[in-house]
Design a protein around this ligand. Structure first.
Ligand code: SF4
Ligand code: SF4
Length: 123
């Protein structure tokens, strides 16, 4: 099955245990509008990676999530993630778990038309 979708709140579940989608680094998911959720430990790690204080990082790069229940990275006027530089992530070694989890642990209806990840059967 290739069209399942779930929420970022299922961090340990691979949606289709028979297939692993291998990312092709097209950056389309980084250009998708919406929240890029940040957990507290991620804020600390990303601030340190950027050589900023936590407050400096929060002020410059975050906003409240759409549900106001935590922080999200901000978007550029084009709706792509503020951390996207060309097709590269400026914080790749410490990118949020939401980013790491797409599309195997969460995705959205119609994601297959956007994402170029290659499905590989899990042995
Ligand atoms: S943090 Fe990096 S991987 Fe995540 S959406 Fe932004 S640019 Fe993409
Ligand atoms: S859209 Fe899919 S293939 Fe492209 S960067 Fe995101 S996960 Fe990788």
């Amino acid at each position: 099955m290739t069209h399942r979708h779930g929420s970022p709140g299922n961090p340990d579940v691979q949606l289709d245990p028979e297939v692993f989608y291998v990312c092709q680094s097209c950056a389309a998911c980084c250009k998708w509008p919406g929240d890029v959720r940040l957990e507290a430990h991620e804020v600390i790690h990303i601030a340190a990676y950027l050589d900023l204080t936590v407050q400096e990082f929060i002020d410059a790069y975050t906003r409240l999530r759409s549900n106001r229940q935590g922080l999200s990275l901000i978007e550029k006027p084009t709706h792509e993630c503020v951390m996207l530089d060309g097709n590269a992530c400026r914080i790749y070694p410490v990118k949020p778990d939401q980013c790491t989890g797409f599309p195997n642990r969460w995705n959205f209806p119609g994601w297959r038309e956007t994402c170029q990840a290659i499905p590989v059967p899990v042995a």
